[in-house]
Design a protein around this ligand. Structure first.
Ligand code: UD1
Ligand code: MG
Length: 478
């Protein structure tokens, strides 16, 4: 995209006191991204020449995130003068001195604002020759927001913050969304004139709009109907409200794209997830991070899949998986725990009460019941018996196990790593496999079974077991 004569200043320097958190407000997560991640994604999509997040509180944590995920952004630092106006002033200082384009200001705590709303605002701003445009919406409960004051003929006059507002002004339900478009040069001049004489002792950005009007420039307040797009998050109650709304929208978008989601209120999908056509997502499922669900796969009920890729037509039931791959047509669960590095091949199976980690399980291979597979590579079409443990840890180091193709391992085996089992080998039930087994051999180390005659009858005389045994003997002798 070619760069536009546009800069986006993203406000992220506030303390976020109302979150009551050790974590900066804009780093709180919403559908898989920090609040700031949503806002910077939108800012980047505008194709601006400069994207300038402004930071101060917890700036190390926030800057580290920006540098990693939005490396083209130019981080500006706010000084000790508080307020959104000062934040923008500091942001402008990060731009080239002669920058005379358009400034879009967004807030790090208004995560659902979308590109098309900003584009529409930009278009009316430029067409109308405005010095400033302010985005507004109408709320049933406007508490906490800045109120929009208009003249009797409906023209924008000024924004009054909750804390500075009279009772009469607080009754106004048109609120400032915290999203603005400004002419860069006029904004610089206006901000220089804005003071801190208000209830919070802060330099308000909102006052720059009134200042520009006062100087005789044109200022518009544009309202939008979809109040969620401009919902600001100041505390955790608002965080959960916005999260529920965003989740509902994400689910709806997938439903309309051909994914069956039975209970969207009970299915949580991050913005970073991709889902193929005709996939079915059942209730109680969380799809998080960089998770991809293949076409026709059936997920749930009750799965948590994090950074996990599920192949086409696979089935995953009641499973927790992180950093894993599940092949086409494979089946996982119920009650499976796939830890990072699990890679199940096509048509493979990880079954009930099975934990895997760093385990490559080849196509058609099965680990059906009650097993732990760690640091292992299993070939194709092998079957691991019920209750098998890959003993990968010697107390100091982790070791790998290699199981060939078409292996049949007995129930209740322990593979003591490092170990290699050749193609087509068998191991007997109950074997502690300490030595490699060659292709086609049977590995066993089971001691011969010894039955001690009459042990129960003599050592457990009078018990129910002894009585049952006695009865069985009498029945047999008749
Ligand atoms: C602000 C607006 C209010 C609007 C609301 C919309 C002002 C004075 N008020 O109020 O009219 O209705 O947003 O959500 O602008 N920030 C800084 N530096 C600071 C203070 C804040 O960068 O010194 C950042 C915050 O990190 C946040 C954003 O600016 O991302 C808004 O700050 P916040 O304290 O939440 O302002 P509100 O009280 O919500
Ligand atoms: Mg706010």
């Amino acid at each position: 995209m070619s760069e536009r004569h546009l800069a986006v200043v993203v406000l992220a320097a506030g303390q976020g006191t109302r979150m009551k958190s050790t974590k900066p407000k804009v780093m709180h997560e919403l559908a898989g991204l920090p609040l700031l991640g949503h806002v910077l994604t939108t800012a980047n999509a505008l194709g601006a020449a400069h994207v300038v997040p402004v930071v101060r509180h917890e700036k190390e944590a926030i800057s580290a995130y920006i540098t990693e995920f939005f490396p083209t952004a130019v981080i500006a630092e706010q000084d000790e003068i508080p307020g959104t106006g000062r934040a923008v002033e500091c942001g402008l200082q990060a731009l080239p001195n002669d920058f005379d384009g358009v400034i879009v200001v967004t807030s790090g705590d208004v995560p659902l604002l979308d590109v098309s709303t900003i584009e529409t605002m930009l278009a009316t701003h430029l067409d109308g020759g405005y010095a400033a445009s302010v985005l507004t919406t109408f709320l049933d409960d406007p508490t906490g927001y800045g109120r929009i004051l208009r003249s009797t003929d409906g023209e924008f006059l000024q924004i009054v913050e909750q804390k500075d507002a009279s009772e009469q002004q607080r009754a106004i339900n048109e609120v400032n969304a915290g999203v603005y478009v400004f002419d860069a040069k006029l904004l610089r001049n206006a901000l220089a004139k804005v003071g801190t004489h208000n209830a919070q002792g802060e330099k308000y950005l909102t006052d720059a709009a009134a200042e520009l009007l006062h100087e005789g420039h044109r200022v518009q307040a544009v309202s939008i109907d979809d109040e969620w797009l401009v919902a600001g998050i100041n505390d955790r109650a608002q965080l959960s409200e916005v999260a529920a709304e965003l989740n509902w929208r994400i689910n709806r978008a997938w439903q309309l794209a051909g994914v069956t989601i039975l209970d969207p209120n009970n299915t949580w999908i991050d913005v970073t997830v991709a889902i193929g056509q005709d996939a079915v997502i059942l209730p109680g499922t969380y799809l998080q991070g960089i998770t991809e669900i293949g076409a026709g796969a059936k997920i749930g009920p009750e799965c948590v899949l994090v950074d996990t890729k599920v192949g086409e037509g696979a089935t995953v039931i009641k499973t927790h998986a992180t950093g894993s791959r599940i092949g086409d047509g494979a089946s996982v669960g119920p009650f499976s725990y796939l830890r990072p590095g699990t890679d199940l091949g096509a048509d493979g199976k990880i079954g009930t009460f099975v934990e895997t980690k760093n385990a490559i399980i080849g196509a058609g291979s099965k680990v059906p019941h009650l097993s732990y597979v760690g640091d292992a590579e299993i070939g194709t079409n092998s079957n691991i018996g019920a209750g098998t443990i890959f003993a990968n840890y010697d107390g100091v180091k982790k070791h790998r196990s290699t199981i060939g193709n078409d292996v049949r391992s007995g129930s209740h085996n322990v593979f003591v790593a490092p170990i290699t089992i050749g193609d087509g080998a068998y191991t007997a039930a109950g074997t502690v496999v300490r030595r490699d087994v060659k292709p086609g051999d049977l590995g066993m180390n089971v001691a011969p079974q010894k039955n001690i005659a009459d042990w129960v009858l003599t050592k457990r005389e009078g018990t129910d077991a002894a009585k049952a045994a006695q009865a069985a003997r009498e029945a047999n002798s008749n």
